[in-house]
Design a protein around this ligand. Structure first.
Ligand SMILES: [Zn+2]
Length: 71
């Protein structure tokens, strides 16, 4: 009886994931947040590279940031 919903997964935020094809273990809302966090980490990485390279590629970096924000 306890394992009635064995195939059901729970997102860390507490939502039940109803999509059986979901492989991330996150609800759609948290997936979106995860993408945003990934984008932020990408930006942090770019900023780090820019600092390392003396800001020579800073202009192209801003273009990348714009694209990430669109996303
Ligand atoms: Zn969630």
């Amino acid at each position: 009886m306890e394992n009635k919903n064995k195939s059901e997964k729970n997102c860390p935020c507490g939502r039940i994931i109803t999509d059986p094809k979901n492989k991330t273990g996150l609800c759609p809302k948290c997936q979106k947040t995860g993408v945003n966090i990934g984008g932020a980490l990408g930006v942090a990485g770019i900023v780090f590279l820019v600092k390392k390279n003396g800001g020579k590629i800073i202009k192209s970096t801003f273009d990348v940031v714009k694209n990430i924000k669109k996303f």
